[in-house]
Design a protein around this ligand. Structure first.
Ligand code: FES
Ligand code: FES
Length: 159
């Protein structure tokens, strides 16, 4: 049964049955089964639910479906796979940057947006990009090192 709202999710057009007022996070997790984005505060304040909308990180917990109709949504599932991980995913593992891991999906989204526009970000630029993302485990320093490592690997792999 088709819905009235179409989204392009991780490169594939999807017809969404949820009500236009549903929050994007609920659509992704409940209707589409994409569980990477997490519910944290529910008020746009913690970053756990961040996804890319046309390449820009947004909190999906307070983004109504109607407001992103027809737009391109990227979740962590769309960044990379186990077989072909995004350099950020490899770098986070290499730096052992996750503790509980709850914040990491949102952090990957913020960092991916940064690295798409800045291939050699300064440490202060990385910290500024990740400022909307809370990490209650205090893994910030290792996360920053992982973003720096990913930037190096992406530059090395660039044509
Ligand atoms: S759950 Fe969306 S910003 Fe916290
Ligand atoms: S690793 Fe636990 S909240 Fe960030």
């Amino acid at each position: 049964m088709g819905g009235e709202t179409t989204l392009v999710v991780n490169g594939t057009a999807r017809s969404i049955a949820s009500a236009p007022g549903a929050m994007l996070l609920d659509v992704l997790r409940t209707e589409l089964g994409l569980k990477a984005a997490r519910f944290g505060c529910g008020e746009g304040l913690c970053g756990a639910c961040r996804v890319l909308v046309d390449g820009q990180p947004v909190p999906s917990c307070d983004t109504p479906l109607w407001s992103v109709a027809g737009r391109a949504i990227t979740t962590v599932e769309g960044l990379g796979t186990v077989a072909a991980p995004h350099p950020l995913q490899s770098a986070l593992i290499a730096e052992q940057a996750m503790q509980c891991g709850y914040c990491i999906s949102g952090i990957m989204i913020s960092a991916a947006a940064l690295l798409a526009r800045d291939h050699d970000p300064s440490e202060s630029a990385i910290r500024a990009a990740l400022d909307p993302n809370l990490c209650r485990c205090g893994a910030h320093n290792r996360i920053v090192r992982a973003v720096q490592r990913a930037a190096v690997e992406m530059r090395a792999g660039a044509p």
